[in-house]
Design a protein around this ligand. Sequence first.
Ligand SMILES: *Cc1c(COP(=O)(O)O)cnc(C)c1O
Length: 371
Amino acid sequence: MAAEKIYVTQPYLPPLETFTPYLEQIWANKILTNGGPFHQQLEKALCDYLGVQHVALFSNGTLALITALQALRVTGEVITTPYSFVATAHALLWQNCKPVFVDVEPHTLNLDPAKIEAAITPQTTAILPVHCYGNPCDTDAIQKIADNYNLRVIYDAAHAFGVEDAGGSVLRHGDLAVLSFHATKVFNTFEGGAIICPDAKTKQRINHLKNFGFVNETTVVAPGINAKMSEINAAFGLLQLQHMPQVMQRRAEIDAYYRKQLSDVAGITCLPQGTQTKANHSYFPILVSPEYPLSRDALYEKFKKNEIYTRRYFYPLITDFPMYRGLPSALPANVVEAGHAASQVLCLPIYPALTDTQQERVISVILELLA
Ligand SMILES: *Cc1c(COP(=O)(O)O)cnc(C)c1O
């Protein structure tokens, strides 16, 4: 009998009938987009849930990143990480900025603050770090450098929904932080995203930019884009938000069980938890080193043969893609730790509907060869 397929993630979908009342409301009031009632409600609900002051919703995280750069008028060179989803660097190219890649710290796989200063030039205007897997960056060290050199900081916080450090939401750090609500993320609106803004004025500018630059019926102040979240997506977000406590709880259980079962396996290292006081368990990355009987890629293939579809996040590195690899900062010698992680990382299945039996199946594929 063929085993049922297990993917690295599976979106959380609340019971279908619980979404019907939302749809009925949209059909009744006939407001489909442009900052309608569900859009406003979701912005408010997210402020409360995340513990932040201002949230501007977007149709996806990539447009939110691009708009964040535009809102702060970021130009020239921007320091960023090679170890991320490609959209992080693509947003810079869409804004005509030059990415300057700086290596990551081996234990967090986040941008290494100790290596940032050497990459700063007179053209540098900003830093674009990523809270990789939801583990917080060294936000204090990054802010100190930004203050010294008068740089903006925009966090790609696509993985960091709901993550907190000792001072509260990690999304409060930097000039702006950007979330993604893509179907594969911890909290999803099918497609969606948001910018966390520090003040009402910044949020207003961002609201103009996501609506073509319109400030009123007849005035356009900037070459804005269309990046508004629709009412269907916002309504789904409101419903999804009600389920986040159980979603987070189940993810935490799965994370803890992987750590327990894999702690003594030679050649398998679970990426240590970061400095957060509240985690979101958005991914479960392991590093497969040469002490393990199979290479990372061989283990990945073995999983596939067992109908388990793990993902090599993040391989290839952003610096390996053709539009980046010609940059001096993209040389492998400049991103050694990132390259090392990219060659060893494997993200294991983690999502609320993953059953204990399915998780045992994943673990047994890893343990099998050691018997
Ligand atoms: C998912 C993701 C994005 C892009 O978000 P979309 O909503 O898919 O456009 C950007 N950066 C990182 C790190 C991501 O994981």
